[in-house]
Write a protein that binds this ligand. Structure first.
Ligand code: PAF
Length: 273
């Protein structure tokens, strides 16, 4: 595995390679990231992973500062699997960066309480795409809104990149894997797994889907010690609020805090074909 840090070197290295599969990350790699890499294996031989904790997408400095950084062990993990390049840019990557404004969908769900977050994500992803020029790029569906906005951005700007969404990787209790889970105690993790229990309950009761049903789940979750930011049911493509599981593909998305650590999760309810 080649470790490359400069923009010039990554461009040169990839010049004469075939189609590239790209897995952008912020490091602190876990099985969820590895499932993205495994999926990438199905597409092409040349795989590039990037690790960059992007300050542009954090709303609070303290959140950025405490974000888990484990570069040495990340390198060891990646050495054991079949990766061509690990790209670890430094802060210079942000110099003269073109700021990307996301579509209106960025204002919904996570965008409500995280202004500028998706602009920060798209800005760095666009920059990484311009350096790496991947044919395929892989994103976890835990960050469903991010995945959707990147897919829209690529389509709207005629970038010839296939954005592949990879299914959420969960621990044995159903908690969606996230680097932020490392900031939780074992007890917190058990409480946090109630998020998926609620989402699954809602999915099982999709025929009764309503604002009331979601409000009751919010109350239940708040009682477990979680502080719910939102629990919403919306069209999975437009993010417009909807409870119509017969005619629309729905996304039930939740964001919550436990001990000030922000977690998100979701389930999709596809309409009957
Ligand atoms: O999902 C993430 O880890 C980040 O948002 C990403 C896509 C690597 C951009 O910084």
């Amino acid at each position: 595995m080649n470790i490359i840090e400069s923009e010039k070197d990554i461009k040169n290295y990839l010049k004469n390679k075939g189609p590239v599969a790209f897995i952008p990350t912020m490091g602190n790699l876990h099985d969820g990231h590895l499932s993205l890499i495994e999926e990438a294996n199905k597409y092409t031989d040349t795989k590039v992973v990037s690790i960059f904790v992007n300050p542009l997408q954090f709303n609070e400095k303290v959140d950025f500062n405490i974000y888990p950084r484990t570069i040495e062990s990340d390198i060891e993990i990646l050495k054991k699997i079949n990766i061509d390049v690990l790209f670890i840019p430094n802060g210079d990557i942000l110099k003269n960066i073109t700021k990307i404004k996301p579509s209106k969908k960025a204002k919904k769900l996570c965008g409500l309480n995280r202004p500028g977050h998706f602009s920060g994500v798209l800005t760095i992803v666009n920059k990484l795409f311009s350096l790496i020029k991947p044919k395929y790029a892989f994103f976890g569906k835990k960050d469903y809104q991010q995945y959707r906005l990147i897919k829209d951005f690529v389509n709207e700007n005629n970038k010839n990149i296939s954005i592949i969404g990879v299914k959420i990787y969960r621990d044995i209790n159903g908690l969606a894997l996230s680097s932020r889970n490392n900031l939780l105690s074992n007890d917190d993790k058990i409480i946090a797994s109630n998020l998926y229990k609620s989402l699954s309950f809602i999915k099982e009761n999709k025929d009764l889907l309503s604002k009331d049903l979601l409000n009751r789940e919010i109350d239940k979750l708040n009682k477990t010690g979680l502080i719910i930011d939102y629990l919403e049911s919306c069209n999975k493509n437009t993010f417009m609020q909807s409870y119509d599981s017969v005619n629309e593909d729905l996304l039930i998305a939740v964001a919550a805090k436990i001990n000030n650590i922000r977690l998100i999760d979701n389930v999709v309810i596809n309409k009957l074909l």
